[in-house]
Design a protein around this ligand. Structure first.
Ligand code: TIU
Length: 221
């Protein structure tokens, strides 16, 4: 049993039954010209977590932990993109439109790729998801259960949208979830702070949070 110094109290997990889930660290959210920027956001904020996320990923790989990468990305014919999602708001480009990194939020396009620093390795699971939550309309739950995974460590973007939605989905499915505070980011600092607070409130109502160094430290105990 490994332990992480976490909020609101110590998180305990067995490496063999735990997956590191990296949410949507794609060029579409992190680089100019992608989905995140078309929504009107300053995407440079998200770039700062890449080195920290990489340190966690490398430590997790060295320990032999199981890794899952998710990508928010739609089929080229947009058959898995509800009109309510495509038509919402007034973005400069909509999902499926051609942008500087290819079609916005479409599978296989340059913008939908994970940033090179965190690129998946052979043997690591990559789940394309049409929604904000990674359990919606994917085989993620089946894959985790097949590996007897009970605990999930999360990092990625954005804290209050895809990360929080996925963590809440996982919590309701009975997984013990921890979010790595300095390896997740939002376009809105206040939303990140509020999310961390609401996840851990009421005795870890959704789950735990911890610093990357605490997570890495737990692996070399
Ligand atoms: N991955 C993810 O969080 N998708 C989003 O659309 N996030 C926003 O913050 N918009």
């Amino acid at each position: 049993m490994l332990t992480i110094d976490a909020q609101p109290f110590t998180y305990r997990f067995e490496l063999a039954h735990t997956a590191l889930v990296i949410i949507d660290m794609q060029r579409d959210f992190i680089e100019p010209g992608g989905f995140g920027e078309t929504l009107g956001n300053d995407v440079t904020r998200l770039q700062d977590i890449v080195p920290t996320a990489r340190r966690v990923l490398e430590a997790w790989r060295a320990a032999g932990g199981w890794v899952v990468h998710t990508r928010e990305a739609h089929a080229p014919d947009l058959s898995d993109c509800p009109p309510s999602k495509r038509l919402r708001g007034q973005p400069r480009l909509r999902i499926g439109d051609a942008g500087p990194m290819g079609r916005i939020l479409v599978r296989g396009e340059p913008g939908s790729q994970i940033v090179p620093e965190l690129a998946p390795r052979e043997g690591e699971l990559v789940v394309d998801k049409p929604g904000k939550g990674a359990f919606h309309a994917t085989r993620l739950e089946w894959l985790l259960r097949r590996q007897h995974v009970t605990h999930l460590l999360f990092m990625g973007v954005t804290t209050e949208v895809c990360v929080q939605t996925t963590m809440r989905e996982a919590n309701d499915r009975g997984f013990d979830c921890l979010l790595i505070e300095d390896a997740t980011e939002s376009y809105f600092p206040a939303f990140k702070a509020a999310t961390l607070a609401m996840l851990t409130a009421q005795g870890a109502i959704v789950g735990w949070t911890a610093q990357a160094e605490s997570v890495i430290g737990s692996l070399v105990e």
